[in-house]
Design a binder for this molecule. Structure first.
Ligand SMILES: CC(C)(COP(=O)(O)OP(=O)(O)OC[C@H]1O[C@@H](n2cnc3c(N)ncnc32)[C@H](O)[C@@H]1OP(=O)(O)O)[C@@H](O)C(=O)NCCC(=O)NCCS
Length: 246
């Protein structure tokens, strides 16, 4: 059923869960999943309160997709800024103006999960030397448009990786500490990450990125999941196809 408040822009099944992107309509009213979230939001400046509540709204939707029965507990913020997921689930949120992405999955399927959404556009200041490793820089295409897309995608994937990893390792992770390796054999939208720091080595990190268009504007949305290196699972099964098959 279509909502009068938002448009569904994108959704894809994950192993044990779902990722969704929605676009708020002009007369979006904060839709509150839990009164405690509203109480917290009232301590924020209005613009941030709207954003925070909208993120929670989509996060509760994907938690339901992932199988969490209603009523849900409030999803408050950890001191790190990460949303505190209900027991047994992982959840992640990202916003760019009135476009909001969230993903959730049962934790038997993942150890950590992260989502990020970025505008596909040329950056005012060059960011590639800060966010890309030497290997990633060397792989950048020549064509200016393809190059910009590759930089934005790598940035988005790394921000999603940060959200999956930070709650596991409890420290800041720099852009040079993970490297995106394209996994062409599976699909050109799936990547694996190579950890460049010792404490990240016990984790396998997989990512997926998609281009989405909302209100005529193009975004890239990335989802990253982390699982223990010895999980015995092949990472490619973590994203499901339209029929829900791994
Ligand atoms: C934390 C960070 C990833 C947020 O990304 P952003 O593009 O600024 O903002 P987004 O809208 O995409 O994401 C914001 C959401 O991230 C989530 N978040 C914030 N801190 C988080 C953390 N430590 N762990 C997991 N999720 C976090 C929150 O849900 C937040 O939204 P909310 O406050 O409304 O709930 C980013 O600001 C940052 O610090 N990046 C530097 C580190 C990095 O990316 N390293 C890459 C190599 S791994």
């Amino acid at each position: 059923m279509q909502s009068i408040y938002y448009t569904d822009v994108f959704s894809a099944p994950l192993r044990g869960g779902m990722v969704r992107v929605i676009c708020q309509k002009k007369d979006w009213e904060p839709q509150v999943a839990h009164p405690d979230e509203l109480i917290f939001a009232q301590s924020l400046v209005p613009r941030r309160a709207r954003e925070w509540l909208a993120g929670r709204f989509v996060a509760h939707l994907v938690l339901e997709d992932a199988g969490l029965a209603q009523p849900h507990l409030p999803m408050m913020a950890h001191t790190s800024g990460a949303p505190v997921a209900p027991y047994g689930y992982g959840v992640s949120i990202s916003h760019k103006g009135h476009v909001i992405a969230a993903c959730a999955a049962r934790m038997e399927a993942h150890q950590g999960i992260g989502v990020d959404i970025e505008l596909v556009r040329h950056s005012r200041v060059p960011i590639e030397r800060r966010i890309l490793t030497p290997n990633e820089l060397a792989r950048l295409p020549e064509d200016p448009d393809a190059r910009m897309r590759a930089i934005v995608t790598a940035f988005s994937l790394k921000e999603a990786a940060y959200k999956a990893l930070n709650p596991l390792v409890h420290r800041y992770i720099g852009f040079q500490e993970v490297e995106v390796v394209l996994k062409w054999l599976l699909s050109d939208q799936h990547v694996i990450f190579e950890p460049k720091a010792k404490d990240l080595e016990p984790l396998k990190l997989y990512g997926r990125y998609d281009t989405v268009v909302a209100d005529g504007v193009t975004y890239v949305v990335s989802v990253v999941h982390a699982e223990p290196f010895n999980s015995g699972r092949m990472g490619q099964g973590w994203m499901l196809d339209e029929q829900g098959q791994a």
